[in-house]
Structure formats: structure tokens, C-alpha cells
Design a protein around this ligand. Structure first.
Ligand SMILES: Nc1ncnc2c1ncn2[C@@H]1O[C@H](COP(=O)(O)OP(=O)(O)O)[C@@H](O)[C@H]1O
Ligand SMILES: [Mg+2]
Length: 452
């Protein structure tokens, strides 16, 4: 489990300090402010591997390069077995292009899973990827981690020296389904929990073929319209969900088998890093995904503590965390561009924000999480700004106000709450009169839309 991260002169922030909570950690922030980068660093801190270094097909997860090799540092605190905390500080060696620190066997943070935004996935399993003793020395000569490109998730992961590391979703799902044992039951259960609605659960259908030239038995999903759809033809949203379901089941199954082989207990900690958790998902799904993932991961690793670190751009994801959020267990962090002194360019800052229940998605859009001035279209926002300015202008005329009203009618819906403010402000300025109570609303709000 990851407890702290402290970065100096590495990534978009000059200084970044993150104190993670034990269960759900939400990270928001504009594009390019370093959410994915932070997850890459978190993955590295726990596994000491950079995803891209282990799989050249990835388009992210490169070794972090500090702003200056002399000043850059990454420091972190990991909690491992028996709640023991270990602090580690690493600096960058420009010559070796690598991060170095105290030598030797790193601390065991538990099972670490990382779902990347583009569908790549990485697994570090303490039973399969940890160091071993050879001739009394700690050495890392196991598979360093399982890093899947989006394609590897479906077709399998090979290692040039070690051979087949994972069969991939298509082959494993078909194999598990034919066997009809525990892995298939688990997969069905995980798919059902991740389904966005109970009335239409994701349910495997019969295996099928999709071409004369393709000898693979392809898994299918039942659909509400009665036809089973091959998973290769499923929508991107469904494919993202089934890939997550498969990788969770695969990672846990393999961990359990490996623990049996080495005669050790299964891990007490699972850390799940998820970038752009909403990627490809319909709003209905975005509303359910955080809670569902927390539930399935906890259900698989029943005796372990599960920590989630989630980056998101979705107000629905934030709103959906409201019923579950507990300040003793969870936290929300926000990356922002903060203007400094006039002489300095703006700086990227990470702040932990108090999580308030805002109740609806529009409020999340205009909150510090997403910093929008209003949840409307950009055009409406500009006109509303003009309207607010006009109200404050001493010599604004009724005609100007009427012209602006016409423009507003072209972009604002009839029930937009701004109309009542505009009506009232205009009446106070004497631009028009408000109707008597009980009378039909007349100009300007209810005027017929005029087309030009
Ligand atoms: N390997 C790297 N080394 C150093 N900085 C990096 C690296 N990868 C990403 N970054 C930093 O992160 C920024 C991109 O942020 P990113 O995490 O993709 O943003 P977000 O996910 O919030 O949209 C880049 O502008 C750069 O400053
Ligand atoms: Mg990103």
C-alpha cells in the first residue's frame, strides 16, 4: 500500500507531496497537469519498474526524467506486511538513465494493479515478481512484472526468453468457460458486479467463431435484444469493462496459484491504480464504476485491504463517490495551475481538497475539480458574462438589453435558471416590467424564439 509520495523537480510540479488514504484516492486536474504521470510514479514506487521499460508497445509509462538530474528526487513511503512502513528516497543518475537509492530487496507493497487510460495494464505480484535468494544474495531474476499493451490483454503476453506469460482474455475466457470451474464462476460474478444495471447484466453467452479463417473460439456476451455478441465486436465501453474484469480475475487466480506453489499466504494488500476510470464508458456506467471496482476487488481479495488510486475527468465519477466517501478512509486530490508572482510563470500544484457532497453533476463541473465557470455551452457562458456586465453598466440602454435577450434566446434553453436572474435584474434597471403574480410570463424570457 502506498502511503506517501514526495517529488522534487520531476514532472510538471516543482514540488509535489501526496499523503494517500488507505481506501479510495481520487485525483482530478486539467489535461497535461500530471495525473497519469503521478500514477506511473506510484506504480514505480511500489514495483521499481517503469511500465514502458518492460513493454515497448506501450505509448506511456516512460522512465521519469527529472527537470534537473542534480535536484530531482522521488521519495515515498510504502506500507507492507505487518503494517511496517518503509521510506525510500531515490535520485536520478543521468549517466545510467535510472533512479537509484539504497540497494537491495525493495519492500513488498502487496499486489499492485495498474489500468492505463489506453487499455494497457500492468500487474506486479509479490508471489511471482518478487526477488529471491540465490547463494545467500537477494537477486531479481524473476519476471519483473506483467505489463500488457492493450493488444496483449486480448491476445496474450509473451516474453522472448521465458515464453508465454499470460494467454490473454480470448483464450483464457474460452478455456475457463469450457472447464466450467472456479475461474469462470469468478469471471461471471465480476462481470455481473461491474454491469451498470442489474436488469441488463454482462453475461457470457456461448462460445462462437467469427470467421472461417479464425480457428479461435470467441467468447460472447448476451445482449438485451436476445443475440450473443462476440466480445471482439462489443463496444469500446464494454471491452474496457470486460478487460478489467478478466485482468482482475487472472491476476488474483495466478496470485493464489503462485502462493500455493511457494507455500505462502495470499497477500494482505492490493493496490489498484486506475487512469481515466471513465474511459469509453456511458454516463450510466461512469456513475457506478468506482464503487463496483472497489466491491469486486475486495470480493476477490477477501482478506486483503484494497487501496484504489483513481484519476478522473468525469464529474459523474466524483458525484458517484458521494454516498461512499469517508474522510477517514478516502481522499480527493486536485492538480491545478496556480499563478505565482508576476515575475514567475504559473506553477502546477497538487492540493488535497475537502470532499463535499455537491449532490449533482453540474455542481461538480463548476467545482474546483473541473473549474468550469458554468455547466453550459461556451457560447451561452460568453453571453451570460456580457449580460452580467451590462447589468453593472450605468448607461446601458433597454435596447441593448433587448438585443442581448434575443441572442440569449438563441443559445439558452427556456428553463435555464439564468432567465429568472436576467428578468429580475432587467426589471430593476427599468428595461422591462415583471408580470404580476399569476400572470403569464411575458418579455423577455418567454418571448418566441426569433429566427434570423
Ligand atoms: N517520463 C516523464 N518524465 C518526465 N515528465 C513526464 C514524463 N511523462 C510525463 N511527464 C510530465 O507530465 C506531463 C503530462 O502529464 P499527464 O500525466 O499526461 O497529464 P494528465 O494525465 O493529467 O492529462 C508532461 O507535460 C510532463 O511534464
Ligand atoms: Mg492522463
Amino acid at each position: 500500500m502506498l502511503k506517501e509520495l514526495h517529488l522534487r523537480k520531476v514532472g510538471p510540479c516543482d514540488e509535489l507531496d501526496l499523503q494517500l488514504m488507505p481506501r479510495l484516492n481520487l485525483i482530478t486536474g486539467d489535461n497535461g497537469l500530471g495525473k497519469s504521470f503521478l500514477l506511473d510514479i506510484a506504480w514505480w514506487a511500489m514495483t521499481r519498474q517503469w511500465p514502458r521499460a518492460l513493454n515497448k508497445e506501450l505509448v506511456s509509462g516512460y522512465v521519469a526524467r527529472p527537470q534537473s538530474a542534480k535536484e530531482g528526487s522521488i521519495e515515498f513511503v510504502v506500507e507492507g506486511k505487518a503494517n511496517k512502513e518503509v521510506r525510500y528516497k531515490s535520485t536520478f543518475s543521468a549517466r545510467d538513465e535510472s533512479w537509484t537509492g539504497k540497494a537491495g530487496r525493495p519492500h513488498n507493497p502487496g499486489l499492485v494493479l495498474y489500468a492505463m487510460a489506453d487499455g494497457g495494464f500492468a500487474v506486479w505480484d509479490p508471489a511471482r515478481n518478487y526477488w529471491k535468494k540465490v547463494g545467500g544474495q537477494d537477486v531479481q531474476d524473476r519476471v519483473p512484472a506483467y505489463v500488457f499493451s492493450p493488444r496483449d490483454v486480448w491476445d496474450g503476453l509473451q516474453d522472448p526468453e521465458r515464453g508465454q506469460l499470460c494467454n490473454g482474455l480470448l483464450s483464457d475466457w474460452a478455456g475457463w468457460q469450457k472447464e466450467g470451474g472456479a475461474p469462470f464462476e469468478q469471471l461471471c460474478a465480476v462481470l455481473a458486479t461491474l454491469s451498470e444495471s442489474n436488469s441488463e447484466p454482462l453475461k457470457p453467452g456461448p462460445l462462437t467463431r467469427i470467421s472461417l479463417d479464425d480457428a479461435r473460439d470467441i467468447p460472447t456476451l448476451e445482449t438485451p435484444y436476445g443475440k450473443a455478441v462476440p466480445v471482439l465486436h462489443a463496444s469500446s465501453g464494454v471491452r474496457r469493462i470486460i478487460a478489467l474484469a478478466y485482468l482482475l480475475v487472472w491476476s488474483w487466480q495466478e496470485h493464489v496459484k503462485a502462493c500455493a506453489l511457494i507455500e505462502e499466504q495470499t497477500t494482505q494488500q492490493v493496490v489498484f491504480l486506475i487512469d481515466e476510470i471513465e474511459a469509453h464508458l456511458h454516463p450510466r456506467w461512469q456513475r457506478a464504476i468506482v464503487s463496483a471496482l472497489l466491491n469486486v476487488t475486495q470480493a476477490l481479495a477477501r482478506d486483503a485491504r484494497v487501496q484504489l488510486v483513481v484519476a478522473t475527468h468525469s464529474p459523474l465519477v466524483m458525484a458517484s463517490a458521494e454516498p461512499r466517501f469517508d474522510a477517514q478512509l478516502d481522499a480527493w486530490f486536485d492538480l491545478d495551475l496556480v499563478s505565482g508572482s508576476p515575475a514567475r510563470e504559473p506553477q502546477v500544484r497538487l492540493a488535497q481538497r475537502p470532499f463535499e457532497r455537491l449532490g449533482d453533476v453540474s455542481r461538480w463541473l463548476v467545482s474546483e475539480a473541473f473549474d468550469l465557470p458554468s455547466p453550459r455551452s461556451r457560447e451561452a457562458e460568453v453571453l451570460i458574462e456580457q449580460a452580467e456586465t451590462l447589468v453593472d453598466e450605468e448607461d446601458a440602454s433597454a435596447q441593448e438589453a433587448q438585443e442581448l435577450t434575443q441572442k440569449l434566446e438563441g443559445v439558452l434553453g427556456g428553463i435555464d435558471p439564468f432567465w429568472s436572474r436576467w428578468r429580475f435584474a432587467g426589471a430593476q434597471r427599468g428595461w422591462w416590467t415583471l408580470p404580476e403574480p399569476g400572470q403569464p410570463v411575458s418579455k423577455p424570457a418567454a418571448r418566441k424564439r426569433t429566427r434570423t
